[in-house]
Design a protein around this ligand. Structure first.
Ligand code: C2E
Ligand code: CA
Ligand code: CA
Length: 385
């Protein structure tokens, strides 16, 4: 990212009306007058000070500067180049890019400048795909807000079974969207959009509350096959760590449904925590202090920095189903599973293998020291009646 500083003396001209500009300036110190020259006379349109931006139109248009900028005193500036903007735009949300493009088009129409091309390097960030991607994400986001309020989101539950005695020790709550027109929609089709926006916070709070509500229904439906201290697990996305209402929601849900906190398990993934370490650690320590259990989901598929395991209040490791894909035939996969099971035991943590589908897999998992399994063999995710 190119970014320069520039110092100009009092009365020095930063740029002149009519020049084709290439960059904008952020005033760090000093003052800049925006001046219009008319019939040999100059008229000051405005004066700008620290924190304000000068000449920003040059970043997006080849139009000549519409006024001159002259320093009123010694002024220090940060130079913002088109390249700088281009990099930022490429990293930004497609919807923001799309909105910016629309706003620029409207501006050009209003100014009678439809013919003025947007600079090629800038236009390069505005690919056609952006428009359809941005619009489809926006539609999904809005539809999800409505879905939540229309009670179209439902939790399915999948049992987690202890191999030693085949008793169910918990259930993972997994979201589905019961769409009035399209039927049941799997989470992969909408969770990524929700996780990329603030909607996940509200969805997450609803999920926690509903999972706590459902625990007593699970207890009565599965009577006789359950550990009395069975847990309900909910998935927590990265953005939820910045939700100030998350912990109050957990406390309230536990209280309202008369659940001890150790019956609620929060599932987090390595990358979500590592990308947002301070906030995540703060929330997780508070949740753990309440008594909630915390599982690292998809363990071994992220960055796998083992150092964080010591610092996070984690009590369960869950390995992803990819490890089970070839472990019947692949010796290395078997060693990895046995190794992680031993690691969990060493650290005094529970261990859950995800994705057990066949009797053969279950037997082998048991022989490798795996404590619990969540997989189709013991049950697919189901809805409560
Ligand atoms: P996950 O948290 O890793 O959930 C486990 C997924 O593995 C579930 O898919 C489950 O149905 C599937 N699974 C379990 N056992 C087996 C098996 O034996 N074979 C196979 N092939 N699959 C198995 P699902 O329900 O489609 O959920 C997909 C992902 O969506 C979840 O992965 C999770 O990342 C996300 N998700 C679901 N509900 C929520 C939620 O409430 N909040 C958030 N943030 N994400 C959620
Ligand atoms: Ca999970
Ligand atoms: Ca998982």
């Amino acid at each position: 990212m190119k970014q320069f500083h520039k110092i100009i003396a009092a009365d020095e001209v930063l740029f002149r009306e009519g020049e084709i500009g290439q960059c904008a300036y952020l005033i760090d110190r000093g003052r800049i007058a925006i001046v219009l020259e008319q019939n040999g006379e100059s008229q000051t349109l405005s004066e700008l000070g620290p924190g304000e931006c000068v000449g920003e139109m040059a970043l997006i248009s080849n139009q000549p500067r519409m006024a001159s900028a002259i320093a009123k005193e010694i002024t220090t500036l940060t130079v913002i180049t088109r390249e700088h903007l281009h990099e930022r735009l490429q990293q930004s949300d497609p919807f923001v890019r799309h909105l910016l493009q629309l706003t620029l088009q409207r501006y050009r129409q209003a100014m009678g400048q439809e013919h003025v091309p947007v600079l090629s390097e800038f236009a390069g960030t505005m690919e056609n795909d952006d428009e359809s991607l941005a619009l489809s994400r926006m539609r999904t986001e809005q539809a999800l807000v409505e879905a939540l309020h229309n009670r179209e989101l439902v939790l399915f539950f999948q049992p987690i079974v202890r191999l030693r005695d085949r008793v169910t020790t918990g259930f993972e709550a997994l979201l589905r969207w019961q769409h009035p027109g399209e039927g049941l929609i799997a989470p992969d089709a909408f969770i990524p959009v929700a996780e990329d926006s603030h909607i996940i916070k509200e969805i997450g709070r609803w999920t926690i509350t509903d999972a706590c509500r459902c625990r007593k229904h699970l207890a009565s439906q599965w009577e006789g096959r359950l550990d009395p201290d069975f847990t309900v697990s909910v998935n927590i996305a990265a953005r939820q760590f910045s939700d100030r209402q998350l912990l109050p929601c957990i406390r309230q849900a536990l209280l309202r449904h008369e659940l001890p906190a150790e019956h609620l398990r929060l599932e987090i993934t390595e990358s979500q925590v590592l990308n947002n370490w301070d906030q995540a650690l703060n929330v997780l320590l508070q949740a753990r202090a309440l008594g909630c259990r915390i599982a690292v989901d998809d363990f071994g598929t992220g960055h796998s920095s083992l150092a964080y395991l010591n610092r996070l209040p984690v009590d369960t490791l869950k390995i992803d189903k990819v490890f089970l894909q070839d472990f019947l035939t692949d010796d290395a996969s078997r060693k990895i599973i046995a190794g992680i099971a031993a690691l969990a035991q060493c650290l005094g943590m529970s261990f859950i293998a995800e994705g057990g589908e066949t009797e053969e897999q279950i037997e082998l998992l048991e022989s490798l020291g795996v404590e619990q399994v969540q997989g189709y063999y013991f049950g697919r995710p189901f809805a409560l009646d």
